[in-house]
Design a protein around this ligand. Structure first.
Ligand SMILES: Nc1ncnc2c1ncn2[C@@H]1O[C@H](COP(=O)(O)OP(=O)(O)OP(=O)(O)O)[C@@H](O)[C@H]1O
Ligand SMILES: [Mg+2]
Length: 359
């Protein structure tokens, strides 16, 4: 059903519908906010990569490396989160669009990292007699009204980050709009799905890759609904980014012993949950409540429902209506490896996770 809707609507939109409207204030990827003229809806745009971008960014400063988002990968991961949020009826994922937009606009023209990359790309192009590159595919995430990063959540007078550092387990409730505690809905589902999809930065070290918005439940009571944004660090199944190199440790562990002698940022129990790429701290399985543990286990089982759906997602991403030649070129590398490197690897990972979490 959801797939039918996605196929009908498509993920691709046309540049003429959008106008850059403000600076992108948070996060490291270069970008801008956009307004869609027909309905006034607002989007947070991240500058996508293209093959030349990657090559040049990696040969330049470390800063330039984080300037773009890997559009195909982020789109695939976001769609998978979106579907899982629907299957579990728990968290939300903002609607997003892929749009071929000008790199330089009122809000990106003074970003030196972008300037340097574009200059380098076009210098090489001019030498080879190719025309100047002005556009790339952007990832546009529709702004969720009332969205706040988890970094802004509080549990009584304790910040979300301090709560996690103290308890090594997520809170069940956070402060509501009027101070009293309200249920936090969807966080365990997101954390569980992050294990399936290899999202090593699921919450983000500074808790800015997942957020929440206040809503009323069916009985009119206030809840904080989890909103999963930034799925860009997904499909990290191996070290160095993954603190959990499952295969390595299963193979190495003939005694079935789960206490690894590892650096502090590695997991101590195979069921511990990594939540940030930069974080030296993880959520600890032993600290989770019985209910939290069962929820994670149930979600891993449910994730198997994605098997039949995921291959179609690649078509939706790569075969948009009216997709332009340059966009197709930018996504070609992604499409070539996506099935093997992301989808098949993900399916295999679900099997490994079932084993991991059923211990
Ligand atoms: N759909 C949205 N609605 C409201 N706010 C959003 C939305 N998407 C992103 N934001 C805000 O913008 C910030 C940056 O977004 P995001 O995490 O996607 O980018 P980034 O960290 O720069 O990207 P990357 O990690 O790929 O480099 C978020 O922390 C959040 O505060
Ligand atoms: Mg982010």
């Amino acid at each position: 059903m959801i797939l039918d809707k996605l196929t009908d609507d498509g993920l691709w939109a046309d540049e003429s519908e959008f106008e850059a409207s403000a600076k992108k204030e948070k996060g490291c990827a270069a970008g801008a906010k956009f307004k869609r003229e027909k309905d006034g809806s607002e989007f947070l745009g991240k500058l996508g990569d293209m093959p030349e971008y990657k090559e040049i960014a990696f040969s330049q400063s470390k800063e330039s490396q984080g300037v773009t988002c890997e559009v195909g990968k982020e789109a695939l991961a976001t769609l998978m989160y979106l579907i899982f949020g629907m299957i579990t009826q728990s968290f939300r994922t903002p609607k997003f669009l892929l749009v071929m937009l000008q790199v330089r606009n009122e809000y990106t023209w003074d970003d030196r990292r972008v300037q340097q990359l574009m200059d380098a790309i076009n210098f090489n192009r001019a030498r080879q007699g190719e025309k100047e590159r002005t556009h790339v595919v952007w990832f546009l995430s529709q702004m969720v009204h009332g969205y706040k990063d988890l970094a802004d959540a509080k549990v009584r007078d304790v910040s979300f980050g301090d709560y996690i550092a103290t308890h090594s387990a997520p809170p069940e409730q956070i402060n509501g709009r009027n101070g009293g505690l309200v249920p936090l809905v969807g966080l365990l589902e997101v954390l569980a799905f992050a294990q399936v999809i290899g999202d090593t930065d699921v919450l983000g070290g500074s808790f800015a890759n997942t957020g929440f918005a206040y809503e009323q439940d069916a009985n009119g009571k206030e809840i904080a609904r989890i909103v999963k944004i930034d799925a860009g660090a997904s499909f990290n199944f191996e070290q160095p980014l993954s603190a959990f190199d499952l295969k390595k440790f299963w193979e190495r562990d003939p005694e079935g012993c789960r206490a690894f002698r590892l650096p502090p940022d590695r997991l101590r129990d195979v069921r511990d949950v990594q939540y940030g790429n930069q974080s030296v701290h993880n959520l600890e399985w032993v600290k989770l409540s019985k209910e939290q543990k069962s929820k994670i286990q149930e979600c891993i089982v449910l994730a198997q429902e994605l098997h039949g759906i995921t291959p179609k997602l690649l078509d939706i991403i790569a075969n948009g209506h009216g997709i332009q030649h340059e966009a197709e070129h930018d996504l070609r590398g992604f499409v070539a490896i996506a099935d093997k490197k992301y989808l098949k690897r993900c399916a295999q990972n679900i099997k490994e996770q079932l084993e991991r979490f059923s211990m």
